[in-house]
Design a protein around this ligand. Structure first.
Ligand code: CO
Length: 293
């Protein structure tokens, strides 16, 4: 059965290459004393300078924060030695999206090396299962057992996801544990696999607002300022940081049209590591789009 691939596969590969390079830039720049806001801006700037757009704000979640934190417009925090930082980066070219993450222990303190390795090994184990027709349960089980092998827990309520044009979470979930879903992968699909490993409970709850928002739907033309913002971001997540003060006012007046993302925080107060690749489900197995040569 021949699959249906994105017609502009070149754009998906190019966006993935830029996202992967931006991820590695973020990892290199994540040193003690580095400003969180400056780090996010460098990552996003790299993406724009190389012909793509951020598909979502650079997520720089730390320690017990698993995901969905981006610096606020006036964020003055700096990274500290020992911080476990998730550099989660998205780039798109005309809606062809890549999503990739790596975890760095700031200052190389090696307190959490086991967590970092667990997430990376789980990602590799999940990717190895990818082929047309495979149940996503096989991926979830492979991830779960790789993390258990290091004496840690996968975060069961966070998942990878299928990706479609301008849709970061396109409907299919790629679980990080077994027994959650028995849907099957299709040839030509693009998916993100993103295991999270923790020394906590393996579950997340909602923390404070993480300065990331998204339009729930097209707001229409009634408010021209709002319509202009929708043209810019469509339904992709974006950062309040990317707007000037009048634009933020326009937007927050209309907050019922928005999804406001809370930071996901580990329920047991555990530290969380993440690794993520965007993968094409090719006829003969996985093509890891966000791997660098
Ligand atoms: Co993702």
């Amino acid at each position: 059965m021949a699959g249906s691939y994105p017609p502009d596969l070149g754009a998906w590969r190019a966006a993935a290459r830029i996202a992967a390079e931006a991820r590695e830039l973020g990892v290199r720049l994540a040193v003690p004393g580095a400003g969180r806001r400056e780090l996010a801006e460098r990552i996003e700037g790299y993406i724009r300078e190389h012909g793509a757009e951020p598909a979502f704000p650079a997520n720089l979640s730390r320690n017990v924060e698993a995901a969905h934190y981006t610096p606020s417009p006036d964020d003055a925090a700096v990274l500290e030695a020992g911080d476990l930082l998730k550099v989660d980066v998205g780039a798109h070219i005309g809606g062809a999206i890549a999503d990739t993450a790596a975890t760095v222990e700031v200052g190389g303190t090696l307190r959490h090396a086991n967590l970092v390795r667990a997430a990376r090994e789980a990602l590799d184990a999940g990717v190895r299962e990818v082929r047309p027709g495979v149940s996503v349960d096989a991926i979830g089980r492979a991830i779960e057992s790789a993390i258990h092998a290091r004496g840690l827990k996968p975060v069961r309520d966070l998942t990878g996801h299928s990706i479609e044009r301008y849709l970061l979470h396109a409907g299919q979930s790629i679980p990080n544990v077994g027994g959650m879903s028995h849907e099957r992968l299709r040839e030509g699909q693009v998916i993100a696999i993103e295991p999270f490993a923790t020394n906590g409970l393996g579950s997340i709850g909602n923390g404070p607002f993480g300065h990331i928002v998204r339009f729930r739907a097209d707001p229409g033309a009634a408010d021209p300022d709002l319509a202009r913002l929708f043209t810019r971001f469509r339904t992709l997540p974006f950062a309040l940081r990317w707007l000037d003060a009048p634009e933020r006012t326009v937007l927050l007046r209309q907050r019922r049209r928005l999804q406001l993302y809370p930071v996901f925080v580990e329920r047991g107060g555990g530290v969380v590591a993440q690794a993520e690749h965007t993968v094409l489900v090719a006829a003969d197995g996985p093509e890891v789009l966000t791997a660098l040569p």
